[in-house]
Design a protein around this ligand. Structure first.
Ligand SMILES: O=C(O)[C@H](O)[C@@H](O)[C@H](O)[C@H](O)COP(=O)(O)O
Length: 260
């Protein structure tokens, strides 16, 4: 058996958020050590709300400080809509987290999609990839952008980012960012990081809570079935950590449950 992802189950979202904060702080320290900034990619869905719970809590010590002024925030996936549209992941993150960061913690640099070409999703994806080339490759001379941390959700069908089960995008091996025009979850037009980019993150965290995730969690962890989340588990192995609550993993048999 290869090296396993970590599966953590908490009694509720509040306790989950406390450990998620500790985990993010570790990743922040590692990122700052590596290149003086902390490069994070985030998804939409319920994640920004949980993130706000984790990150906006009062620091208990100098080591417990989120250094937002050193953060670069990218989008793991985004919908091809204007930034103030209710479907926009940027808009969601802004409302849930960015607008609530106290001034003394500093402001992250946030990289939304370019909305000048929304009619052409390929162009939106190409421009986002170009941004990543500028922000990552030049500095790190790597063939892939290596995020210090990807913070992802898991859909009830096992999708993550905008990588959906059985979709041809799962086989993309070259591009860093791809368009999708037939997303089964609305809205249909989106862009997404590709699987190789996701699985090459230094750390990859999933947040999945609620009884609605129980069936798919069982399938991801017990069978895999080529589900996007299972593919991230396989590619990222021990660099992947799942933050769940007990109702999301009820009945899931998995050998490695634990703590940070
Ligand atoms: O833009 C999106 O649609 C999201 O990025 C998507 O990948 C999300 O993370 C999952 O659907 C989980 O969503 P929930 O956390 O709301 O279940």
């Amino acid at each position: 058996m290869g090296r396993q992802p970590n599966l953590l189950a908490f009694p509720d979202v509040d306790t989950l958020a406390t450990t998620l904060r500790t985990y993010i702080l570790h990743a922040q320290t590692a990122g700052l050590h590596r290149h003086q900034v902390f490069k994070v990619a985030v998804s939409g869905g319920s994640l920004p709300k949980t993130l706000a719970k984790a990150l906006l809590a009062k620091p208990t010590s100098p080591e417990d400080t989120i250094k937002f002024d050193k953060w670069e925030i990218y989008f793991a996936d985004e919908r091809a809509v204007p930034l103030d549209h209710e479907d926009s992941n940027y808009c969601l993150l802004k409302a849930e987290l960015l607008d609530k960061i106290p001034a003394e913690l500093g402001k992250p640099v946030v990289f939304p999609i370019d909305t000048d070409c929304l009619d052409d999703v390929q162009e939106v994806a190409d421009r986002y990839e170009k941004l990543l080339v500028d922000k990552f490759a030049a500095r790190d001379s790597v063939k892939l952008p290596i995020f210090d941390l990807l913070l992802l959700g898991c859909g009830p069908d096992g999708h993550t980012c905008s990588l959906f089960p059985g979709h041809e995008l799962l086989r993309e091996a070259d591009a860093w960012v791809m368009p999708i025009e037939d997303s089964p979850k609305p809205p249909p037009k989106r862009i997404t990081l590709t699987l190789p980019v996701v699985t090459h993150g230094v750390k990859i965290a999933f947040v999945a809570t609620g009884g609605g995730k129980k069936e798919i969690m069982k399938e991801i962890f017990e069978e895999g079935n080529g589900l996007p989340c299972a593919l991230v588990n396989e590619g990222g192995q021990e660099r992947v950590t799942w933050f769940t609550d007990v109702s999301a993993v009820e009945g899931v048999s998995f050998p490695r449950r634990g703590s940070l």
